[in-house]
Design a protein around this ligand. Structure first.
Ligand code: GDP
Ligand code: FO1
Length: 312
């Protein structure tokens, strides 16, 4: 059994690679829901959808989110009616959000809805939201506190961040299967995702961090920071604003209390020593996933690193 902690686009690429080499029934994916938001009365779970669409072969590969060849007729009409349309929801994507919202309104939990969507799209991997409860990542700047999607998409992550607020974290319980899948796994993989607003949110759900410390599984993370910068997204800016070193080492420190192995890019080989001083085994490879082959190769590398460490 392999359990993974995942955000959106970066995680989806590694999970696509893993899905080529691991039977889907053996893969559990715990997904960040701090990015979840509501538009036009609909519940959107961006990271869950990015993972599902990628594994189902539906994703718009260029953007990394949304459905390929989608149209935006509904959004154009909503604009005519004077609604905000900065969050780009395609027509086919909207069907997912309508289905999700209808099921939630009839009393199903997000984890049940996610399972239903997976089944209908033919996915056999077990995809679990980190929580079924309210949890919203918010960004506090000097002037205001806004939802993460407003910071990222509407404002293009230009603001200086003072604090990341995990709104709801005091009460959010892990969804069914989250703690169990961490405790029962042989390997736990922390995907290359934003360490603060994708993995940090999952770690902020009650009991998750403790489960990672307690499980007998080998815990392997892939650095989302390569050569002191990101592949995409605002992780570097966010880390800098919050006084966290923008490097693979900076990420390793955030996971140091539970991590066994850290997969870093070969351009960061000079940091291996410092990572190992944290009590973490450091290994390097090319971690940039541009092609399907890159995804599969990195997935194999991560599994081999975990298996080798298990024997060591
Ligand atoms: P998130 O997964 O929702 O946090 O958002 P993204 O997937 O867009 O980006 C999160 C992090 O993943 C960023 O910090 C990226 O640098 C990292 N990332 C994206 N693609 C890759 C990749 O191919 N390799 C590595 N090592 N990191 C990546
Ligand atoms: N990201 C954007 O940068 N702009 C968008 O308009 C946008 C719309 C969107 C719609 C559905 C969905 O599932 C994801 C969407 N994303 C969009 C991606 C998403 O906001 C972020 O990449 C994640 O929250 C970070 O993982």
């Amino acid at each position: 059994m392999i359990t993974t902690l995942a955000g959106g686009v970066g995680a989806a690429k590694l999970l696509d690679g893993l899905s080529s080499i691991v039977p889907p029934e053996e893969l559990t994916i715990i997904v960040n829901t701090g990015d979840d938001c509501e538009f036009h009365g609909l519940h959107i779970s961006p990271d869950i959808d990015i993972i599902i669409y990628t594994l189902a072969g539906l994703v718009d590969e260029e953007k990394g989110w949304g459905i390929k060849n989608d149209t935006f007729n509904c959004l154009e009409m909503l604009k005519v009616y004077g609604h905000d349309t900065w969050f780009k929801l395609g027509d086919r994507d909207l069907a997912t959000h309508i289905h999700r919202t209808m099921m939630l309104k009839s009393g199903y939990r997000l984890s049940e809805v996610t399972k239903d969507i997976c089944t209908r799209l033919g996915l056999k991997q077990r995809i679990i939201p980190m929580t079924d409860d309210y949890f919203a990542t918010k960004i506090r700047t000097d002037n205001e506190t806004m939802h993460f999607q407003e910071y990222l998409v509407k404002r293009g992550s230009v603001d200086v961040i003072r604090e990341i607020v995990y709104d709801g974290s005091e009460n959010a319980k892990p969804a069914p299967g989250v703690i169990e899948s961490i405790m029962e796994a042989e390997i736990v993989i922390i995907c290359p995702s934003n360490p603060l607003v994708s993995i940090g949110t999952i770690l902020a759900v009650k009991g998750v961090r403790q489960a990672l410390r307690n499980t007998k599984a080998k815990k392997v993370a892939v650095s989302p920071i390569i050569g002191g910068t990101v592949v995409k997204g605002p992780a570097d800016k966010m880390m800098r604003h919050l006084g966290i070193e923008v490097s693979a080492l900076g990420v390793a420190k955030l996971y140091a209390d539970f991590l066994d192995i850290f997969v870093m890019d070969e351009v960061d080989a000079a940091l291996m020593h410092d990572v190992e001083r944290l009590g973490i085994k450091a290994v390097t490879t090319n971690t940039l996933m541009k092609t399907k082959d890159d995804r599969v190769r990195l997935a194999k590398f991560v599994l081999d690193a975990a298996l080798m460490h298990r024997k060591a």
